[in-house]
Ligand binder design. Structure first.
Ligand code: ATP
Length: 264
């Protein structure tokens, strides 16, 4: 097992022994992790390991049955989703979950509405600085945007709630390598601006290259953790949990964790 790396700063999020599931079907079986302020932490693992369920449990969309979620020093276990948003947690869900018939502007306004505040011009400006294309598309309905633009809108909508911790679920899904690189470049900028990020990602190589630390999840619990650099270099983790990739390949889209396969 790789070792945990301390960043020295206080954890913004602590998850301790977390259990959760759907009905009587358990999915999370004692998850422990933490995210310190200013970090990008990635959570990777095979399809069905429980990564999305963990993000949903942290923001209160799935009910924790045991364990604790502590956010910013406060117990946030079984918080209501609207309270989580107001406290500064914002989830960008897998599949983006935009309101397709609504315009870009209306989708962004809803992000601010989630924190129960009217959006300020600065909120819009912050999003447009990161994603200038959204300014050009302001009156267009979300369903007419390209996949990359939709992902930008989903992130922009989350930013409208002025989060401190952004939880991102599979931002690269279905996107071309160039667009994925753009999205990850934005995450770097957001981190520089002080945002903390917990990222679930199937493109393991790019996720670990942009993250400070990583956790590998297997059947509802953390199987490995360590610095992103160590995880990238760990043959055991690479082959068994992440799927191997060919570093000499020109492709920036390596074999993916969701298949759980070992690819030569
Ligand atoms: P993926 O990459 O496929 O999203 P994941 O690691 O994020 O994988 P989850 O989506 O958390 O995994 O799913 C974990 C388990 O919970 C899977 O067995 C899945 O079928 C099940 N599951 C997810 N959502 C629900 C739901 N709404 N109702 C019942 N079971 C669910």
């Amino acid at each position: 097992m790789t070792t945990e790396v301390s960043t020295g700063s206080a954890p913004l999020l602590v998850v301790e022994g977390l259990h959760a599931g759907y009905g009587h079907v358990p999915v999370l079986r004692g998850v422990d992790l933490h995210v310190s302020a200013g970090e990008i932490v990635t959570l990777v693992g095979a399809n069905g390991a429980g990564k999305s369920t963990l993000l949903k449990t942290i923001v209160g969309l799935v009910h924790a049955t045991r364990g604790r979620v502590v956010y910013d020093g406060q117990d946030a276990t079984r918080t209501l989703p609207e309270r989580a948003v107001r406290a500064g947690l914002a989830l960008v869900p897998e599949g983006r979950m935009l309101f397709g018939p609504l315009t870009v502007e209306e989708n962004l306004r809803l992000g601010a509405f989630a924190r129960r505040g009217a959006p300020d011009p600065e909120d819009f400006e912050r999003v447009f600085v990161l994603f200038p294309v959204l300014r050009e598309r302001l009156g267009q309905t979300a369903s007419t945007l390209s996949g990359g633009e939709q992902q930008m809108l989903a992130i922009g909508r989350a930013l409208m709630s002025r989060p401190r911790l952004l939880l991102l679920d599979e931002p690269s899904l279905g996107l071309a390598p160039k667009v994925i690189a753009e999205i990850f470049g934005t995450l770097d900028r957001l981190r520089t601006d002080g945002l903390t990020v917990l990222l679930v990602e199937q493109d393991v190589k790019i996720a670990l290259r942009h993250a400070d630390r990583g956790y590998v999840m297997r059947t509802g619990a953390i199987a490995h953790s360590g610095s992103a650099k160590d995880l990238l270099a760990d043959d055991h983790v690479r082959h068994i949990y992440l799927g191997a990739w060919d570093d000499t390949s020109a492709s920036s889209n390596p074999p993916q964790a969701r298949t759980g396969s070992v690819t030569p």
